[in-house]
Design a binder for this molecule. Structure first.
Ligand SMILES: C[S@@+](CC[C@H](N)C(=O)[O-])C[C@H]1O[C@@H](n2cnc3c(N)ncnc32)[C@H](O)[C@@H]1O
Length: 445
């Protein structure tokens, strides 16, 4: 049905159908149903029979909400809510309210205010807005005591999630605020989009009154402020990547490549950060040896994550700058969430830096977002609205932070072939419910 023909009633009927399909699929798998409570399931089953109707339900409800809201209220909301939502999320995270309310317990407004040395009246004002975002709630309406909601408990349970919020609120938000300034300064009057890294909002953003003026990675490594160690933003970013992985069916996507077919193989995880992807591979494939490459400063965080695990003997660290020629010989090179940080010009350089060590048959495995087409040949949307919105947001975040972009299958083919015609694209593999996919490339000398 065309969007213009949708009515509240037709949407409501579809909501009922999809709700039945989803709850039945969960029951059949003995999976818990979603709930508002602190111990709500963090992620519904990854099975396509669950993820398919779940995403369609979210889309149908979103459309229904849009109709019920109407254009007047919608515009007011769009102008006011993003600023307020960002402010609240930044407040909850920087003052670590997540841990001032105990899981399975409660805290009073006065206790929270005393712990963060803010006036109680201010804390009440900010928390009141947080409740409307489903973060925390009063123990009972009007109560003086605060308890966790499903969403706030989810954040409190894992430091990677607060790291992800910190990255989005403190690294990206100031740059997004000057995104249009960057368009006006660097892009107006040009026919093509610049491939230069310094033409991104990150360069114009400021922190505590000081303009950044440098690339994100350099900024994250070198930034200091009173009370925080130099480079804390880089360490936080590494942890944030772990949180993002938890939401993208990472293990399922990773297994779309037949790792067992490599036999007793060495895999280099280029830009592998603290090694959390290599850890997944080491657990699932005992014959693999993994080498994580990243900036030298990442090694201490890598050691914290990997050395205490039983897989440490098969995962090592190698300090390497991927803008230098590769020196390690391996059976496969994995690039997980690397290339979306770079415009085509730089992707080509990074791929060409593999050439000195490549032999025929070596795999280059790109694990990254693969943007689906907007519509099929009949004009029907290919992916649900919520996925399109999130992918669009990630794409813009790449512009804001790096002047890079997310890529469709045809963009991937084009940039890989631009790097070297001997890179043979064997296939694109995706999983329902994840924006990410595997691109398998084999080098043909
Ligand atoms: C988006 S993160 C991806 C990390 C990891 N592969 C994952 O998926 O979680 C990009 C990584 O590339 C690393 N990186 C950026 N520039 C690099 C360079 N020139 N040489 C080596 N690593 C680099 C960063 O330190 C970071 O760990």
């Amino acid at each position: 049905m065309a969007q213009s023909e949708l009515t509240l009633e037709s949407l409501a009927a579809r909501v009922v159908d999809l709700t039945t399909t989803l709850t039945t699929a969960l029951q059949e798998r003995n999976s818990p149903q979603p709930s508002f409570s602190e111990d709500a399931p963090e992620l519904l089953s990854p099975a396509p029979e669950v993820q398919g109707p779940r995403l369609q339900l979210v889309e149908t409800l979103t459309k229904m909400l849009h109709l019920a809201t109407g254009p007047t209220e919608y515009l007011i909301q769009q102008c006011l809510l993003p600023n307020a939502d960002g402010l609240i999320l930044d407040f909850l995270n920087r003052f670590d309210i997540w841990h001032l309310v105990p899981l399975k317990g409660s805290s009073s407004y006065a206790e929270i205010a005393a712990a963060i040395q803010l006036p109680e009246v201010t804390v009440r004002r900010f928390l009141k807005q947080a409740f409307t975002m489903f973060f925390f709630l009063e123990e009972a309406p009007g109560s003086d005591r605060i308890v966790h909601s499903a969403a706030s408990a989810y954040v409190a349970r894992d430091a990677a999630r607060t790291a992800f919020i910190g990255h989005c609120m403190e690294d990206v938000r100031p740059a997004a605020a000057v995104g249009v300034d960057a368009l006006q300064k660097f892009y107006v009057g040009h026919k093509t989009h610049s491939e230069e890294e310094e033409h991104c909002p990150q360069y114009l953003a400021s922190d505590r009154g000081k303009v950044r003026g440098k690339a994100y990675w350099e900024f994250a490594e070198s930034y200091e402020e009173p009370g925080r160690p130099k480079g804390y933003r880089a360490e936080r970013f590494a942890l944030a990547m772990k949180a993002l992985s938890q939401t993208q069916l990472t293990a399922q996507v990773l297994e779309k490549f037949d790792w067992e077919s490599l036999g007793n193989a060495t895999v280099v995880d280029v830009g592998g950060s603290t090694g959390h992807i290599s850890l997944l591979l080491a657990k699932a494939h005992p014959k693999l040896k993994l080498i994580v490459q990243d900036f030298p400063d990442v090694e201490s965080s890598f050691n914290e994550v990997i050395t205490t695990t039983e897989y440490a003997s098969r995962i090592s660290f190698n300090a390497y700058n991927f803008f230098e020629p590769q020196t390690l010989t391996a059976d496969a090179y994995l690039f997980k969430s690397i290339f979306h940080d770079w415009s085509d010009k730089y992707v080509v350089q990074i791929l060409r830096n593999l050439l000195p060590v490549l032999k025929s048959g070596v795999h280059i495995i790109i694990f990254d977002n693969i943007i689906p087409p907007d519509h099929d040949e009949q004009g029907k949307p290919v992916v649900p609205l919520s996925t399109r919105r999130l992918l669009g947001a990630v794409d813009l975040q790449m512009f804001v932070n790096h002047n890079s972009k997310e890529r469709k299958a045809s963009d991937w083919t084009e940039v890989v072939k631009r790097a070297d015609s001997r890179f043979d694209l064997k296939g694109f593999y995706t999983v329902v419910g994840s924006p990410m996919g595997i691109i398998d490339i084999v080098f043909n000398a």
